[in-house]
Design a protein around this ligand. Structure first.
Ligand code: NAI
Length: 410
């Protein structure tokens, strides 16, 4: 259980793994001076020393915040993963200890959409094949199977952030856009929602996948689905490697049913750049193979830095937990200068609110505003109160059974 009523200069912010410099700049501009920024990923022993008294931690995908590393973070109040995934963090333990975790799930939407749009153009012109031949010294000047995008139909599976952004780009190129989504998604522009995946497939020239990896989407495009595509169609997967049956795709390339494909994600991917890449698709000239770089751009890195640093600063400054991945989400207004903001994170048990109210009324403290949100076994209550000193009420709140953490902002 921790009480925090720290000035910004005292809040220790640790940024590891070379997160984009914009993040550090944002903290500094907001008055945070106690910054420890490392380009590297420290080993466990170094980490424990560094994190012993850290309040805010920013990592990318390599630092594992689990087990005894997490146990060594006695003062940690918030974590930012400066990337998309959060698998490297024990989210449940963080939640139980009152530590919200923030990430940047949609900061590379545009990067993926642009790559896929480029691939559609290149595939329809047969550029991958012509390029591969030219590299081998062959001259393959031909208009056969070489088409404009204008007037062709793009089938998008998953009309979320990336799918819908791609739809807008494709329409600007003169393509017709049809999509299938499990949710009822409003069409954008002239795009058309199709009721089922199997209805969509025979109607399109290019299929592109933009669904998450779930039980429902595992191998959702296999032999049956590929057979439903018209002869000469193209397939693009820049979503997740387990959504598309890659052996079935290779078979449809081999038979000549498909004209080409572009794949960015694979059922198994090399763990590092020094490991070899194996795939049954390597043999086909008209298949674009990229090493999971759909979202890897400088712009996306900047977006991630801004988004995650902003969320951490907001939480530190006023308690807002909007879009935290493991925590009750509360969006709070700025704190009025006459008030004190008391934040109480607790085990979500019946009667907690009554005990909190009793604590304030017993000390004659007026509550000007109250916000409450729960998520599973954790509750988060924020009270803006009028009081001279917060110490007595903080002491009383800490004594309430089930209290995880009390923070005070002045
Ligand atoms: P999103 O959550 O905004 O959109 C996903 C859409 O898929 C939603 O509209 C959802 O309703 C729909 N959906 C979910 N299950 C479905 C099902 N069974 N059938 C049909 N539709 C279904 O996600 P976003 O940001 O558009 O990302 C899409 C995919 O792209 C994700 O798999 C993500 O991991 C991947 N991605 C890949 C990157 C890369 O580097 N190649 C970078 C960023 C994201």
């Amino acid at each position: 259980m921790t009480k925090l009523s720290l000035s910004k200069e005292k809040i220790k912010v640790v940024l590891l793994e070379g997160v984009h410099p914009d993040a550090e700049q944002m903290f500094r501009q907001d008055g945070y001076d106690n910054l420890h920024v490392l380009k590297s990923t420290p080993d466990d022993a170094e980490l424990k020393v560094l994190l012993k008294d850290a309040h805010i931690l920013g990592i990318r995908s390599r630092t594992q915040l689990k087990g005894d590393i997490l146990d060594s973070c006695g003062k940690l109040m918030a974590v930012g993963t400066f990337c998309i995934g959060t698998n490297q963090v024990d989210l449940e333990t963080c939640k139980k200890r009152g530590i919200p975790v923030f990430n940047a799930p949609f900061s590379n939407t545009r990067s993926v959409a642009e790559l896929v749009m480029g691939e559609i153009i290149l595939l329809l012109r047969g550029v991958p094949e012509k390029n591969a031949k030219a590299h081998r010294g062959e001259w393959f000047k031909s208009a056969l199977n070489s088409n404009e995008t204008r007037g062709k139909t793009l089938g998008i599976v998953g009309f979320g952030h990336i799918g819908s952004q791609l739809g807008i780009l494709a329409e600007a190129m003169g393509m017709k856009v049809k999509y299938f989504d499990i949710e009822n998604k409003l069409p954008l522009g002239n795009s058309e929602a199709i009721a089922s995946l199997h209805d969509l497939l025979p109607q399109i020239d290019v299929l592109t996948l933009h669904v998450p990896s779930t039980e429902l989407t595992k191998n959702m495009i296999g032999e049956t689905e590929l057979s439903l595509l018209p002869k000469g169609a193209y397939v693009i997967n820049a979503a997740r490697g387990d959504i598309l049956d890659i052996e079935a795709l290779a078979a449809h390339m081999e038979s000549g049913h498909l004209n080409g494909a572009a794949v960015d994600v694979y059922p198994t991917e090399p763990a590092s750049n020094s490991e070899p890449f194996e795939s049954p698709l390597r043999q086909f000239d008209n298949v674009i193979l990229t090493p999971h770089i759909g979202g890897s751009t400088q712009e996306a890195q900047v977006n991630i830095a801004n988004e995650v640093a902003d969320k951490l600063i907001k939480y530190s400054n006023n308690g807002s937990t909007s879009s935290a991945v493991n925590f009750p989400e509360v969006s709070l207004p700025s704190l009025h200068e006459d008030l004190t903001r008391v934040m109480h994170i607790h085990e979500n048990k019946p009667g907690m609110l009554e005990k909190l109210n009793h604590a304030f009324s017993s000390q004659g403290i007026n509550i000007a505003a109250m916000y409450l949100q729960t998520s599973g076994d954790v509750g988060f209550v924020i009270m803006d109160v009028q009081c001279e000193s917060s110490d007595p009420i903080v002491a009383q709140l800490k004594d309430i059974e089930g209290t995880v953490r009390v923070r005070v902002l002045h």
